[in-house]
Design a protein around this ligand. Sequence first.
Ligand SMILES: *Cc1c(COP(=O)(O)O)cnc(C)c1O
Length: 820
Amino acid sequence: MLSNHYFIREVQQIINAGGVIETDDNISVLLTDSRRITNASEGLFFALSGRRNGHEFVAEAYAAGVRNFVVTHQTKIKMPGANFLLVDNVLDALQKLAAYHRNRFNLEVIGITGSNGKTIVKEWLYQLLISDKTIVRNPKSYNSQIGVPLSVWQITDKDDLGIFEAGISTVNEMERLETIIKPSIGVLTHIGPAHDEGFKDRKEKVLEKLKLFTHCKLLIHNYDQLIDYKKHIPVKDRFSWSRRFNQADLYVFAETVISRNYYLRAKYQGKEIECLIPFMDEASIENAIVCWATMLAMGYSPVEVDKRIERLSPVSMRLELKNGINDCSVIDDSYNSDVQSLEIALNFLNQQNQHPTRTLILSDIYQSGLEQEVLYRQVADMIKSRKVNKFIGVGEALSAHKDLFTLEKKYFYPDTTVLLQHLNELNLDNETILIKGARSFEFERISSALSLKAHETVMEISLNALLNNLNFYKSKLKPGVRIMAMVKAFSYGSGTFEVANMLQYNKVDYLAVAYIDEGVALRQTGITLPVMVLNPELSAFDKLIEFKLEPEIFSFNLLDEFVKYAQSHHLNNYPVHLKIDTGMHRLGFEEQDIDMLCDLIEENRYIKVQSVFSHLVASDAPEHDDFTRKQIRRFEKAFTKIEKAIGYKVIKHISNTGGIIRWPSAHFDMVRLGIGLYGIDGSVPKGSGVLQPIATLKTSVSQVRKVVANDTIGYNRNGKLTHNGKIATVRIGYADGYLRAFGNGVGKMLIKGKLVPTVGNISMDMTMLDVSNVDVREGDDVIVFNDQLTIEELAREIGTIPYEILTNISQRVKRVYFYE
Ligand SMILES: *Cc1c(COP(=O)(O)O)cnc(C)c1O
């Protein structure tokens, strides 16, 4: 039987690798992340060089039981029993192996690319075709140079259709993906501005994307988008669709809304056909038309396609992390259920440290193509390796296989309704609960029973954006320079353990908070990274020590108090951080204090100087560059003296976000990354997509009313319209952090993509907007800030800085976290 099992000697030949093989192990799993090892004994670990050299993780993977590695060089550490395949380029090797694997199968493969909609179209085609075929596809949106090979690796001889999406961000990437996917049918989705920065111009981008279709026998595309590129399309047999041109094979000529569905009529093969799409938003409509065209092009009858499209269900690739009842956190992934996405969700669950118990609520898994016994054994193994403490299975199949699950706390229910009836008996308390179910199980009912009701003003935080920003700054540092992430003031308003967990998992070196209680809160939610406290209060030293937090020492008085405390509590070599004032004049030892400071800390065995640092007052402001240089020189002088006096090396750091890009010479041993992590940095060019704002503040319309010109609106009669018009009252006010300064037209919000100004004074819990020119209904979403209407923009409107806007959002506004 053909399958994805290879002997390591075969792999060596396929990827043309050097190295000596000791035992000819069987390989079935490709691993690229040492934190996510499954089935270690059959795993092959690729030491990919990303921002860190993957070779650093070889030892970690070895410790987790992996014995087979693809590397560019062998590490010095002895690893008995391990096979090392030596190659020039590890990524090339991964891709070569995947391409080889793909070529062994003769199945039909649909290859999808485009700027937007790839994942939705892939998932919808899957929904539309799964009743006829056994389908293999990318998990989630694994469409990168690494994600595609890992996806293709899943093909077995049981599959009769592959659906794979390919994503690129610059030139010369598609050809590689083409050889791995080898699609026979191509689908081009919407082409928009995403990743424009990676290409010379739009044409270059389109031509690069078209390379995916080099060996396709059929291509489905939007007629309008390829008009200018006709002679570059590499496929003869094409099927086009259009909403504007009747030359297209599928010409959509009429569109109407029928009771929250979207009804389309089109011309196809000289006849009139129709299609009802169960969605109303523009992106879904276009994606559904792409699917419609693809199904017709594949030979399905218009009536059959219409029937299937009507039943499409929404696709969410996002995990949602939110506050639950009884001190629980809820991770909501109630849209789909398959083994690959279960694994991804379990990794995310495993990353959560805030509660002692990790709980999984899982439904039966459909359409896996595996025998049930094999499938649920796989699920049980995965649950075990991801350290799930409590398992709640819903469905007949899971119930029938309950013996496969070996954990102590396991519960099974035939369906969702029965589980909900018994919810109280489960005593869910202080746990992280992952809810993951196939669509038909309606797990959103469980999610809604377990989540705290958020009122309609919420701040959504994208953990992917946070990670993207972290990686952006990492890439700007020389190897060895550490990162201290600033998570003071609830991570600039963005969250506590949610943000810290992500940072810990992604290996920042240090965290910093303003006060001791902030550090205690992190420890209590399972954060083990070293934590520096910027402003430690004498009254809380006990807590500082109990929770292993490291104080900043900024004055002789504080030094004296801390040393006395350390002495009386028998502390030795307790790590402290010395703050030097090089010009901020806020906290710290000044130049003339350094000699005396050295006298006091020399041979002081109660404390150990972990780091010496200072703070730049204007690292982002070119007009103060001379002053910044002066600060850096003063800092160098100070730490040189200190290191000489104490006789050992310390970590030296002075750069905040503004300094990372603008002052590479001031990185020293560590940088302190604050606002940039949250997506804001004036020294990174706008619109370049390298930094992503992590927060979206959303509210909703509670009432819409007509007003006539000169009627006054709100407190003190400050607001009026100059014309007859409409105002909308929205659910956010100054108590939520939307400051009064935004009132009377200064601030603007986004409704249905249109900017609308405030009218009158901002109230404590409400704001009025002039919506005369927008079609607004009660309940509509309102954006206060997001990646279009930025926090920087809001700050400019009221003459403040982004820091203040972010940290002002009150704790009354619920935070919801997304991870894709
Ligand atoms: C807040 C803070 C930072 C981070 O500054 P950003 O400008 O947000 O990067 C760095 N160092 C110290 C001492 C801070 O208090």
